[in-house]
Each structure stands twice: as structure tokens, then as C-alpha cells.
Ligand binder design. Sequence first.
Ligand code: 5GP
Ligand code: MN
Length: 318
Amino acid sequence: MTLDGIKEEIKKAKKIVVLTHESPDGDAVGSSMAVFLALKNNNKDVDVIIPEMPRTFEFLPGVNEIKKESDVEKYDLAIALDCADIKRLNGFSAYFENAKRSIVIDHHSINSMFGHYNYVDPVAPATAQILCGILKYFGIEITKEIGTCLITGIITDTGGFKYSNVTADTFEIAASMLEKGVNISNIYERVMQTVTLSRFNLTKIAIDRLELLEEGKIAFTYITMEDEKKVNAEFGDHEGIVEQGRSIEGVLVSVFFRETEKGYKVSLRANNNSNVNVADICLIYGGGGHIKAAGCLMQYPLEIAKERIIEEIKRSIK
Ligand code: 5GP
Ligand code: MN
């Protein structure tokens, strides 16, 4: 069985590296830190590499041990978390490919199964939730610190326990974390409610610009690199802007574009009462994600990129 194979590989490995996807979110960082701490607590020699991450997650235990880069030849086992494709490995695919053995643990249904061992559960709302089960199966203790990392991933990937992807397990895990003394209320406030002034101002610009299209079924907004400069935005400050459009009554799909050096980074969110699969739309443009939350990169001018995405959404709504 895959899990026993994974356990065996970890047991044998002398030097392990933990990797996650680019533009890491709470699930990416939380899952990475949880695996890092769990392996360290079990006397494994392990590095976690995250080159850039949002300040919001700096409270997580162990973050001062995160490496920004390392020696690519050094590892005999690589573990990729919350990452659907080797291309999204933070520019660190070489670490993954160079490692003698590799493990993928993820919850994206479109995962390309790029490891020697692939443990993918598309029904799980977060990679962190899958990890709760795996650590339990391995008999590794979920300490308060590890629990803090895992619940952070679960909270952020479920929009604070509210998306349709939550399962009965989600709440059972939350209950067991509370019993361990994990401060869920504090974590919730940090990752879901507290925003820096820059982030607030960036959101304000995007809200001012928000348009409702197709009789209010599609919300569209965007931010430019210039906007980010103007508000002194930090890495990750655009996260969550796409949710603003989704929360408007009658909106089925919310679209958010973020201008980057490489093109427009597209974020799509579908509402529970829509039957639009936004991952399918993003796949057309080389991206991916989940049925109700997905993204892609579009290398076209704003108006053209907008027109193409809106056209695809219109087609799916009908
Ligand atoms: P976000 O809109 O927050 O950037 O991403 C939402 C979801 O879509 C995440 O689960 C993320 O993994 C996925 N996603 C976002 N951008 C891309 C992309 O360019 N390629 C792929 N494959 N998935 C993406
Ligand atoms: Mn995730």
C-alpha cells in the first residue's frame, strides 16, 4: 500500500527535503511545517524550502528554520505537499528530480502523480487534513505545534470551515486539536480576519473596480503592478480579493486578475449554487485547481484575457 511504502522510504532516508507550490498559501505552508516538525521530532534530518511566503504565516512554529535555497544534490528523499504538478514546485523541481526517491501528498484531483509514491485524495479539503490521517497511521504524535500548522492549512483551504469541501473529519480534527490546546480562535483571527493596511487598501482598489457582468452572475475585478506599488503591497497581499466578488448575492463565478511580470494571474471562484467547474476553465489556459477554486496565467493584454475568460464562464453557466 502507498502509505506503507511512504513510511518505509522515510525510515530509510538519510536526508529529506520538503517542498511545496509557488505562491504558497496557508495549506502549503502549514502542511510543509507540519511535516518538517513531525520528521524532526522523529530524529530525521530534514530541510523545508519555501523561498517566499506571506507574512501572515510567520507565527507558525518552526518558520525560522525554513530555508530559501539549498544544495540540489544533497537529498535522498523529496516530499512535495499540496502541489498538483512538478512545474508548480516553486522553481525547485530539480530538488525533486535529483532526489533518489520522491513522495507526493496532495488533494488536487488533477494531480499529475509526479512522484515515485503518490498519495492524492481529491475529496480532502486540504492537504493538511490528509496529513492528519497519515501522521496518525504512522503513529507520529500530533503535538500542539504540529496541530497549529495543520489546522492553519485546514482553516485557509476551507475558508474558515465554511466551504462545501469540509467533511465530518474536518470538525473531528478541529475538536481533537482543541483538546491538545491548539488555539483555533487565535489562528482563525490571524489567518482569516487580520489584514495589513496595505492589503486593506489593495482590496479597496479591487472593490472599487469590481464590475458585475451577465446580469450579475459574473463578478470581475483586477489589480495592476502599479496598484501594488502604490499601497506598498507585500508578498501575498492579493490573497482573498477574489472572495469579495463571490460573496455578492447572485454571483455564480468571481474572477480576479493580478498583473505580474509574466502576465495576468487569474483566480476563479465558483459559488456552491453554480454548476461551473472553474478548474476545467483554467485547464484550457494551462492552469488548474479545484472545481470551485482554480487559477491560471494568461499572457495576453488585459482586455483580451478578460474577454476569453468571461466567454468560457458564460459557456459553462449556460
Ligand atoms: P488561487 O486563485 O488562490 O491562486 O488558486 C486557487 C487554486 O487554484 C489553488 O488550489 C491552486 O493550487 C490552483 N491554481 C492557481 N493557479 C494555478 C496555476 O497556474 N496552475 C495550476 N495548475 N493550478 C493553479
Ligand atoms: Mn491546498
